[in-house]
Design a protein around this ligand. Structure first.
Ligand SMILES: [Mg+2]
Length: 183
């Protein structure tokens, strides 16, 4: 059985939208996800420090919703492969890991909690595939695993990313459609 790593933020969950909702509320700066051209979100903010404050002050993660077709795609993937969630919570979020575990339990009650891996070094985790939205993570992971293949979930901040072993898709369900023959 093939092993697949699946990121949370920007792949399963719309946390960027919720994060910027909170940022706009405390800063008055009209920044939306469509304005982010790269993954360095604070670069596009008029008040970069408030970007990080927004993440720690609000319960951003618990208020976030699954992205389009993420639930059906993830459930389907779980039936087909050895599926792990690989994610990280910024150190400014006091109970970030707990919030992520709770979010997974709420939306995927049958998914084993011990298959959620928290690390900021995703390239150390071996797998056949990774599903990500962050170009920097993909570059490191694909360099570390020369046989590995990747899917990037299309987001405004990752449109420039290209790699011969990475396919661009809109949703996790698109990954399932593409990957199921190989699993
Ligand atoms: Mg992400």
């Amino acid at each position: 059985m093939k092993r697949v790593l699946c990121d949370m933020d920007g792949v399963l969950v719309n946390s960027t939208e919720t994060w910027l909702d909170e940022y706009r509320a405390i800063s008055g700066d009209n920044l939306y996800p469509r304005d982010l051209k790269t993954y360095d979100f604070d670069r596009y903010a008029k008040h970069p420090k408030l970007v990080w404050k927004a993440l720690s002050s609000g319960d951003v993660f618990r208020k976030s919703w699954p992205l389009f077709e993420a639930v059906s795609g993830f459930l389907h993937l779980g039936d087909l492969c050895d599926l792990y969630v690989v994610t990280y919570s910024h150190e400014s979020v006091l109970d970030g890991h707990r919030a992520k575990i709770d979010w997974m339990a709420h939306h995927f009650p049958d998914f084993p909690e011990d298959q959620i891996i928290f690390t900021r070094h995703k390239h150390l985790v071996a797998a056949d595939y990774i599903i990500e939205d962050n170009p920097a993570v993909l570059n490191k992971w694909l360099a570390a695993w020369p046989q590995g293949k990747a899917y990037i979930i299309d987001q405004p901040y990752n449109r420039e990313f290209k790699h011969p072993r990475c396919k661009r898709v809109n949703t996790v369900l698109d990954v399932v459609m593409d990957i199921q023959e190989e699993l």
